[in-house]
Design a protein around this ligand. Structure first.
Ligand code: NAD
Ligand code: DAU
Length: 371
């Protein structure tokens, strides 16, 4: 029998969090990484340019374009690379798209996770006893599986009941339940992380923070859903990646860990902070960017508040976020202002179609500008 290697198989490593994770993994002296990514609209192989194979690249990084629903491909990658862990990021991740077209979410998030778990189980079953103990399947999930909180309710903890409200959240909840079942039924050493809203470099500009930065820069309307008082907990992406590394090394199989930034903010406060940063760093619009804020029709089923109790991962594994929200947001705004080429490369025709589809009708039913 050939032995397990010090390799990790990452899925979705060309997306926002996955690419930050792969870059951080290599930069912090990590082992060989195989990145399996389908390169959907949200994936961009160029995010990994600093580690891409080739003259300037890093020999520890390999990219495979493919689908996590392709059982044959997943099985053959596991048999060929014999990884010690699977770190599973690949997903359809945007709530608004799950409302417009839910099917892809069921396919990738539920069926895709099922396919990975099945193939991982087959591979893991053939390992020796010690290697079986050391293997990990790390399933990256979200706080959205817990549903929504009232203003004064305690933050989500690992024992909070699942109550997903969007097709995206329901598909992630389904994948979490499958991951749990593979531990309980088959003993596959699964660990799951449930994290709050990430922000930082390489986030696709359909999500709140990069969309608002770019619209503010370009003097376009800033579409805030509903009354703007929905609350999210924000975590700088590098902190999330550090949490995943810690859980991979020291997390206990069968456990779930909530990951959060201890930074609850109302959307309107995030958007005004972005306006002020863009005004400071790119003056010249002639008026405050705050005047671009437009309240538009709400997201159906819009969760009011998310908050994370990250006490378990702090107590058991010693992880805490290093970046504060204000400093992390400033870094993020600067990154988008300095990476116009990246922005141009991801804002394709398909991106523009999505923006038109999601916002045209909302703006028509608009609730008015701020001033
Ligand atoms: P993203 O949408 O930026 O990236 C997803 C990546 O998965 C892309 O590279 C895409 O090409 C790839 N992918 C999609 N379908 C695939 C398939 N069938 N086969 C292979 N690859 C496929 O997502 P993200 O924001 O980086 O999120 C990564 C993970 O973290 C997701 O599982 C998401 O649910 C979870 N998460 C995200 C956040 C957040 O704030 N962004 C917070 C908590 C958890
Ligand atoms: O909580 C973790 C989740 O965070 C992840 O699981 C998801 O993958 C990720 O997309 C994110 O989900 P949200 O729905 O919270 O993120 P989004 O950036 O889409 O929206 C953040 C908040 O801003 C939300 O309350 C909706 C609001 N919003 C969003 C957009 C795109 C607006 O007001 N206007 C907008 O144009």
């Amino acid at each position: 029998m050939s032995h397990i290697r010090d390799t990790i198989l990452v899925t979705g490593g060309a997306g926002f969090i996955g690419s930050n994770f792969v870059l951080g993994w290599i930069a912090t002296g990590g082992s060989q990484v195989v990145n399996l990514d389908l390169l959907t609209y949200a994936g961009n192989a160029a995010n990994l340019a600093p580690v891409q194979n080739g003259e300037e690249g890093d020999a520890r990084y390999a990219f495979v374009r493919g689908d996590i629903c392709d059982a044959e491909l997943v099985g053959s990658l596991l048999r060929q690379h014999r990884p010690r862990a699977v770190v599973h990021f690949a997903a359809e991740s945007h709530v608004d798209r799950s409302i417009v077209s839910p099917e892809a979410f069921i396919r990738t998030n539920v069926q895709g996770t099922f396919c990975l778990l099945e193939q991982a189980r087959a591979y893991w079953s053939g390992l020796g006893d010690e290697e079986k103990k050391d293997f990990r399947f790390l399933h990256v999930s979200t706080d959205e599986v817990y549903g929504t909180l009232g203003r004064d309710e305690p933050a989500f903890c690992e024992t909070t009941a699942y109550a997903p409200n969007s097709p995206y959240a329901a598909s992630k909840a389904g994948s979490d339940h499958l991951a749990r079942a593979y531990f309980h039924t088959f003993g596959l050493p699964v660990v799951t992380t449930n994290c709050s809203n990430n922000y930082g470099p390489y986030q696709f500009p359909e999500k709140l923070i990069p969309l608002m930065i770019l619209n503010a820069l370009e003097g376009k309307a800033l579409p805030v859903y509903g009354d703007g008082k929905n609350v999210r907990d924000w975590l700088f992406v590098e902190d999330h990646c550090a949490a995943i590394r810690v859980v991979l090394e020291r997390g206990r199989p069968g456990e779930t860990y909530n990951v959060g930034g201890n930074s609850e903010r109302a959307n309107i406060d995030v958007v005004t902070a972005i306006c002020d940063l863009v005004d400071e760093l790119r003056p010249g619009l002639g008026r405050s960017r705050r005047t671009l804020i437009a309240f538009v029709a709400d997201r159906p089923g819009h969760d009011r508040r998310y908050a994370i109790d990250a006490g378990k991962i702090a107590r058991e594994l010693g992880w805490k976020p290093a970046e504060g929200f204000e400093s992390g947001l400033r870094k993020t705004v600067k990154w988008y202002l300095e990476h116009g080429d990246w922005v141009d490369s991801v804002r394709t025709g398909a991106y523009r179609e999505w923006i038109e589809k999601n916002y045209a009708e909302r703006e028509r039913q608009g609730l008015g500008t701020r001033d």
